[in-house]
Design a binder for this molecule. Structure first.
Ligand SMILES: [Zn+2]
Length: 694
């Protein structure tokens, strides 16, 4: 199950979304509109740049205006979030904590170091570790290649007094250096954090620390098969344990108070206890209690009970995710990575989503679908927009931009789920991409298009996402007797489903109804959405492929499918025109109304394919329009992006919450926005270093 939308690539298109596969927020360089800008103008977003990464700051609009009690509550939850930070390092790889602490000791010793050139490389390596919570790339999972030598590492660490180094019990300095040097510099050792290579032993070939040395995939699978199960709905077995082999037997080390990671978890619990005392209401208090209980018992049934209390807490302004949640880092999909996201509800933006959801039936009735494929009683998916205050663990510095929890299906079905988008994070990300050269000016044909994108692009992007999520996926019915899309459309199901939801959004984003609902000031927003979508589908997204590659990822397939199909079908009437200026290719929309009509036709056809389970037609659409890459155009896109120097990955510095203490009690909280990634990481490393290396 994968309900998380992550922020991974920098250049992207309209249309985000959860749904099915791990997903990136895609946004072409768009600029703010008056209606959505809540953040102060002279704020500097991008503050650091190294390797393939840029570091961005985000603001927390509305924090100062919150009642003091809510700020204090958020502060406690912030501390609980940070208390678990060390856990993710250890989960990702058994040597991560020690390596991080050694490198932090070196970096703090910076002034004593003579060879600055190699030190700079060591600092980049250290920053990459902070960014990825370990020595493997957060996205590709490959182990980092250090830009400094083994000798240099040995020498600088040797300079540091033993009492400043994270030695294991009984471990000598030389022994530690030798072990870590081998891990860092030998590319053969633990080369991949998570391996999904078909046919290999995924437990043995993945470096993650969820399974102890010597365990095989077969043993792990047998362990879970033979695990005594309770009657009734099943909890997420194995979510919060490490499996190891002891005396030839597989045993579980549970992450709980008194178990593995207890030093960190006790601190999480300590701050949750304080949060409980200042909870906004009884339901939120109940949720905190259940979470604390679970951290004590380590029982996954308690985790379900907590999640039920959490989904029922819908009235609180503040909210938190804190626990072992997503299982992407386990090749077998059992183990939850620690993460925390602390937030409060963005009332204005949430109203916007609700406005769309309330009109779901109008959208369905007025959609271009065939009458028999329309839902008679459509329910918009409810969601809210949150303002993030702090993130940690697997959610930081690289962050999701949308989260849909809990993961356990029976809880979702019987008790519901919460779907949130991280409003201020998305906004900071978009605004940061306006700093410096941008892909907007590079790929837009006219000044008019650039101006429109600057004025309406942000609104268009947010609205496209809302429409895609709230009404897009909810729309349409499958004919009686026809199987699920997974059964009928097989591997094409998800590209077609994403295309369908995008088309619903595209069709309605250029509709007077949105003006009537007060969601857009004019249809210029729709035009900005169309400009962006066509540019991305025809060109921009190709930058994420290597030379010679075809498109495999579902969302990319759907975007090219939609754009190419519209380009081809509108060719006779010149709806979209391919222009070349100074050797550069552009796609220019000449007729927005006709393009909308084409989107409507394709939507109708894709819905028919889904409703009837027409595999052949679905396959033809995807294969003919969504897969093949124009290699000449691809080369051109890669070249133009190379000249732009845009880092493909972005991650965030957290704001700093400063408690105001009176008579030993926190009575208020101030917020600051640090500029220096290294300083924040060193600060966290010192203040929240609860786990010892073992
Ligand atoms: Zn979707």
């Amino acid at each position: 199950m994968n309900k998380r939308i992550t922020l991974a690539a920098a250049v992207l298109a309209l249309g985000v979304i959860s749904c099915g596969t791990p997903q990136e927020k895609e946004t072409a360089d768009k600029t703010q509109t008056d209606s959505t800008i809540t953040q102060s103008d002279d704020f500097k977003y991008t503050v650091d740049r190294f390797a393939d990464v840029r570091i961005i700051r985000y603001q927390v609009p509305g924090f100062e205006e919150l009642p003091k009690e809510k700020k204090v509550l958020l502060y406690y939850l912030h501390e609980a979030a940070m208390a678990g930070r060390d856990i993710i390092y250890d989960q990702n790889y058994r040597h991560n904590l020690q390596i991080r602490k050694v490198l932090e000791a070196v970096v703090m010793n910076e002034n004593e170091i003579e060879n600055k050139e190699e030190f700079d490389e060591l600092l980049v390596y250290t920053k990459r570790i902070w960014f990825s919570n370990g020595i493997h790339h957060h996205y590709s999972n490959a182990k980092f290649e250090p830009g400094f030598s083994r000798e240099y590492f040995t020498n600088v660490v040797n300079e540091i007094p033993a009492d400043q180094l994270p030695l294991k019990e009984g471990e000598g300095k030389e022994e530690m250096i030798a072990t870590l040097a081998e891990v860092i510099f030998n590319p053969e050792i633990d080369a991949k954090k998570v391996s999904l290579e078909d046919g290999e032993d995924l437990v043995q070939t993945s470096a993650v620390n969820y399974y102890g040395e010597g365990l095989t995939q077969k043993e792990v699978e047998a362990y879970y098969e033979n695990l005594p199960k309770t009657d009734g709905p099943q909890p997420e077995y194995g979510l919060n344990t490490q499996l190891v082999k002891k005396d030839g037997k597989v045993v579980a080390n549970t992450w709980k108070v008194g178990g593995m990671y207890t030093e960190a978890i006790e601190n999480i619990v300590k701050w949750l206890e304080k949060a409980k005392e200042v909870a906004e209401n009884e339901q939120q208090k109940l949720a905190f209690e259940k979470l604390i209980k679970y951290y004590h018992s380590g029982d996954v049934h308690d985790w379900d009970i907590y999640n039920i209390a959490w989904v029922n807490d819908t009235n609180s302004r503040t909210d938190v995710i804190n626990g072992f949640v997503e299982v992407y880092n386990d090749p077998l999909g059992y183990k939850g990575s620690f993460e925390s996201v602390v937030s409060f509800k963005d009332m204005e933006a949430t109203k916007r989503i609700e406005a769309v959801g309330k009109e779901a039936q109008w959208f369905e009735d007025n959609s271009p679908l065939m009458e028999e494929h329309k839902k008679k009683n459509v329910k918009g998916i409810s969601g809210k927009v949150i303002t993030v205050v702090a993130e940690s663990g697997d959610a930081s510095p690289a962050t999701p931009i949308g989260i849909n929890l809990p993961n356990n299906n029976w809880v979702r079905e019987q008790h519901g789920s919460k779907s949130v988008s991280l409003g201020n994070i998305v906004e900071a990300y978009e605004l940061s991409s306006k700093e410096g050269k941008s892909s907007l000016t590079e790929f837009a044909y006219s000044e008019e298009e650039v101006a429109r994108a600057k004025k309406y692009g942000n609104t268009a992007s947010i609205l496209h996402t809302d429409l895609h999520e709230v009404i897009g996926h909810a729309s349409g019915v499958i004919n009686e007797g026809v199987g699920t899309p997974k059964e009928t459309l097989k591997s094409y199901a998800s590209a077609l489903e994403e295309g369908r939801a995008d088309l619903v959004a595209l069709y309605f984003i250029h509709d007077e109804k949105l003006i009537e609902l007060g969601l857009i000031p004019s249809l210029e927003v729709g035009k900005a959405a169309y400009d962006s979508y066509i540019k991305n589908g025809m060109m921009l997204q190709l930058r994420r492929l290597e030379k010679g590659e075809q498109i495999e990822e579902s969302h990319m397939r759907n975007r090219q499918l939609v754009a190419q199909w519209a380009f081809e079908k509108g060719a006779e009437e010149n709806v979209i025109e391919k222009k070349v200026k100074d050797g550069k290719t552009y796609f220019v929309i000449n007729d927005y109304d006709k393009l909308r009509d084409l989107f409507g036709q394709l939507l109708r056809e894709i819905q028919r394919i889904k409703s009837e389970g027409d595999f052949e037609a679905g396959r033809a659409l995807v294969e003919n329009y969504g897969v093949k890459v124009d290699s000449e155009l691809h080369d051109e896109v890669l070249k133009r992006f190379e000249d732009l120097h845009i880092a493909p990955y972005g991650g965030f510095i957290n704001p700093k919450l400063v408690p105001v203490v009176e008579d030993g009690n926190v009575v208020d909280v101030k917020i600051e926005y640090p500029m220096d990634f290294k300083e924040q990481m060193l600060h966290y490393g010192k203040k929240y270093s609860f786990l010892n290396v073992q």
